[in-house]
Write a protein that binds this ligand. Structure first.
Ligand code: GLY
Length: 316
């Protein structure tokens, strides 16, 4: 049996490196995915996931996360959870509940506290400063406040052939209080069936959820398309539909994998992603749309260095 992981954005790299090494030793897809996403949530310089994520327009950090088991199709999710160190761990726990498996806002935070999930202040000094700077900029230049929303979405496949999917995100920077994106929504932010494969998304939640693109990608794999053909069809057809009907489409980026460890990726904007399988060493790639196909290149050393400098850039 093969094993592998695929995830959105460069930020997943360290977790994928560590946990594909563990998958090679036989850990479960669940363990690999939860640990890898926790590593992203815990890193303070990733400003769109977990600790250090950027706040909503009222300065509070509301986090969304989901977990799906591809064997049982069980799902757990939280939206707008606060002061909880690892939303992915809460989502995974909720996936074992028969009822009340998707909790939002105060209810999600209360559940996490009562069940003993680690609580902490999640807004860092850096995130607060970025929020203040953005507020000043928006007021001065009469800008739309909305900005980046780089969800970590991940699919993991273990040696027993089990697949799981997970997401974690602070959502849209400067979002309205209570706004929920695609990340905790089944079919939009993620979907996985161990017999077919899994897909997960990043981009503008308001547009991703119009197309249920994770489910659509898995459905097309189930019809017999390769992962790359399935995700190309799901993303580019829907992008064209949005452009035709509304004259624009927000960012739509998806990654997918099947139970053989074959993978695919499609996007209407440039974005980075990470893959490792039994036969492919962990690598950061850059993907770009090329007509209705996807161009994929390995991220250069220069790109990786510039990324590191950018996320740690001192703030005024
Ligand atoms: N894709 C994350 C969000 O829109 O919240």
């Amino acid at each position: 049996m093969s094993f592998g992981m695929i995830a959105t954005w460069r930020m997943a790299y360290e977790g994928v490196v560590k946990m594909t090494a563990e998958l090679a030793k036989g850990v479960t897809a669940n363990q690999a995915l939860v640990e890898a996403i926790k590593m992203v949530e815990d890193y303070p310089y990733y400003k769109s996931v977990g600790f250090g994520g950027l706040p909503n327009e009222e300065g509070q950090l509301e986090l969304d996360a989901a977990f799906m088991d591809g064997d049982t199709l069980d799902i757990g999710a939280v939206a707008g959870i606060q002061e909880t160190k690892n939303p992915i761990v809460v989502a995974e726990a909720l996936s074992h509940e028969r009822f009340n498996s998707f909790l939002v806002g105060l209810g999600a935070t209360k559940y996490a506290k009562e069940q003993g999930f680690e609580q902490q202040e999640m807004v860092t000094e850096r995130a607060k400063r970025l929020w203040e700077l953005r507020l000043e900029e928006v007021q001065k230049n009469n800008l739309s406040p909305y900005d980046g929303h780089d969800t970590v979405g991940m699919i993991s496949l273990d040696q027993a052939g089990k697949m799981v999917a997970g997401t974690s995100s602070s959502g849209l920077f400067m979002k309205k209080r209570g706004r929920v994106g695609d990340s905790p929504l089944s079919g939009s932010g993620f979907y996985v069936d161990s017999q077919i494969g899994g897909a997960t998304a990043t981009g503008l939640g308001e547009d991703l959820m119009k197309g249920c693109l994770s489910y659509e990608t898995v459905r097309l794999m189930g019809e017999g398309l390769s992962p790359q053909a399935a995700v190309d069809q799901a993303v580019y057809r829907f992008n064209d539909k949005l452009v035709e009907r509304k004259s624009k489409a927000g960012a739509l980026s998806l990654v997918c994998m099947n139970p053989q460890g074959q993978w695919g990726i499609a996007t209407n904007v440039e974005f980075s992603f990470v893959v490792a399988t039994e036969t492919e060493a962990p690598e950061v790639y850059i993907a770009r749309p090329e007509g209705n196909r996807t161009e994929i290149v390995v991220a250069t050393k220069e790109w990786l260095k510039a990324y590191d400098l950018r996320i740690k850039k001192p703030l005024s």
